[in-house]
Design a protein around this ligand. Structure first.
Ligand code: PGA
Length: 243
């Protein structure tokens, strides 16, 4: 089986108690389902900064951040640096999620600065791209994706060190998944415009019911999952590919 990278994106959900409860159930369920989870699946949770320390205790489940600063340290009130994340064994960071682009004014330029900071610090960036419903309906998907790739990944030379997450904005949290054909078509386009060895995730209403079909697509190497990653039983089902 090809290598798959499946990451839960918890967004602004769960306090420390709720995180501990998730981990308790997850750890038991993981042992119960271990033989159904392929060794070629890399998995983790992008939890809020304040709970990342709780993931240190599970060596299989990677701790992932949802954002970080493009600066290394200094007078940047409210920011979190790469070295602070590395203290907590964080090995990946989600960058330029559409919610950050929409509500927190992130642009391809800031995502590009953060991508280079992550590469410099040895943290794997998960760079998100995706078109809005309006752009999708206007047939502009590939034009938008190409612009985001060019801007967000400017001057990136080694694509083997990054992950690109294709997340159509119209499919996030809406229950409307892109069909496997649409997702494959865009992911193939992303690979052609970046490099053969880049890891490409699909995200947007991924669930236990549709994960297997999506992961069977040639150019989809994993998933970035919001809602279906919040319950341990459902997250485990994503890892077993619903077996
Ligand atoms: P969703 O979120 O799975 O709830 O659609 C995906 C994401 O925002 O990464």
């Amino acid at each position: 089986m090809k290598k798959l990278t499946i990451i839960g994106n918890w967004k602004m959900n769960k306090n420390s108690q709720e995180t501990k409860e998730f981990l308790d159930v997850f750890n038991t369920e993981y042992l119960n389902n271990k033989e159904k989870i392929s060794d070629s699946i890399v998995f983790g949770i992008a939890a809020p900064f304040t709970n990342l320390y709780l993931f240190n205790k599970n060596d299989k489940l990677k701790s992932v951040a949802q954002n970080f600063s493009n600066f290394s340290s200094g007078a940047y009130t409210g920011e979190i640096s790469a070295s602070m994340l590395k203290d907590l064994n964080v090995s990946m960071v989600v960058l330029g999620h559409s919610e950050r682009r929409q509500y927190f004014y992130e642009t391809d330029e800031t995502v590009n600065l953060k991508t280079h900071q992550a590469l410099k610090e040895g943290i794997t960036p998960i760079v998100c791209v995706g078109e809005t419903l309006e752009e999708y309906e206007a047939g502009k998907t590939k034009e938008v994706i190409l612009k985001q790739l060019k801007g967000s990944l400017k001057d990136v030379n080694d694509f083997s060190k990054i992950i690109i997450a294709y997340e159509p904005v119209w499919a996030i949290g809406t229950g409307k998944t892109a069909t496997a054909e649409i997702a494959q078509d865009v992911c193939e386009f992303i690979r052609k415009n970046t490099a053969a060895n880049v890891t490409i995730q699909y995200g947007g209403s991924v669930s236990p019911a549709n994960i297997q079909e999506l992961m069977n697509q040639k150019d989809i190497d994993g998933a970035l999952v919001g809602g279906a990653s919040l319950k341990p039983e459902s997250f485990i089902k994503l890892l077993t590919l619903n077996k």
